[in-house]
Design a protein. Structure first.
Length: 251
């Protein structure tokens, strides 16, 4: 669904351009995410040198220019440190620096590989850092259905959005809106994946599936499992969290 929804959005919006390392090679990048985009619009899938600071800044400038909606891919989330000034100091703050009048339609796809053995420079979960940055929306899809809905919302947004993707989820299966690749999930809406009165479990991304597996092992402990989906402070679904915590009094 990663590849399909990106291809669909590029069909409907000629302003979308994809940038990143190897996105134009390997039949769709290292994980096949740009396969459909390459089939449909190879001229809008731009392979870059190993230069995150440069191509993140280029994407930010394209977004500010207004004629494009750049989708930048960091092959691994750890590489964001190379582009930290562009991402945190420039792109995240640009709209606020100019009074909120100028749109910054910038989407960053960032791959996580925590727990997969890729080494210390390829295993970071950047969510805790990203969500401290004013100006960034941060979304974390945990299944194919949510990936489509959250990516579509991200690509319609006029603020910079980071879409986190765990490598374990690329090969996962699940329900998906295959007949509606235009489906969107509203901003700031968490999902209640399981309901119970004894405990509140709060999770996101690939850990949602692991939490479900753990709860299956202790059926005598009925729990609410909240899939946050939106992680940034402005979009966090505090209402859903509060309702569950008031019910269970245990998190």
């Amino acid at each position: 669904m990663v590849s399909e929804v990106m291809g669909r959005r590029m069909e409907t919006d000629e302003r979308i351009v994809v940038l990143g390392e190897d996105v134009d090679r390997l039949k769709g990048g290292t994980n096949g995410a740009t396969k459909r985009a390459l089939e449909l619009f190879p001229e809008r899938v731009l392979g870059t040198p190993i230069s995150e600071n440069a191509f993140a800044g280029l994407g930010g400038g394209m977004a500010l220019d207004g004629r494009f909606r750049p989708v930048v891919e960091f092959m691994y989330a750890d590489f964001m440190w190379v582009a930290a000034d562009q991402l945190f100091n420039q792109i995240a703050k640009a709209r606020h620096m100019f009074g909120g009048d100028g749109a910054v339609p910038f989407v960053l796809r960032s791959k996580l590989a925590a727990g997969t053995g890729y080494g210390s420079q390829h295993s970071m979960d950047p969510a805790g850092v990203l969500t401290t940055a004013p100006g960034l929306w941060v979304v974390a899809p945990s299944d194919p259905f949510d990936y489509v809905g959250l990516m579509n919302t991200a690509l319609a947004c006029d603020d910079p959005v980071v879409v986190l993707e765990h490598v374990d989820l690329y090969a996962s299966t699940g329900i998906a809106p295959v007949d509606d690749l235009d489906y969107r999930i509203p901003v700031g809406r968490a999902a209640l994946r399981r309901e119970g009165g004894d405990l509140t479990v709060i999770s996101y991304l690939s850990m949602v599936g692991h939490c479900l597996e753990a709860l299956d092992q202790v059926p005598e402990i009925p729990a609410d499992l909240i899939d946050l989906r939106w992680l940034d402070r402005a979009s966090l679904d505090w209402e859903t969290i509060e309702a569950s915590v008031r019910k269970t009094n245990r998190v």
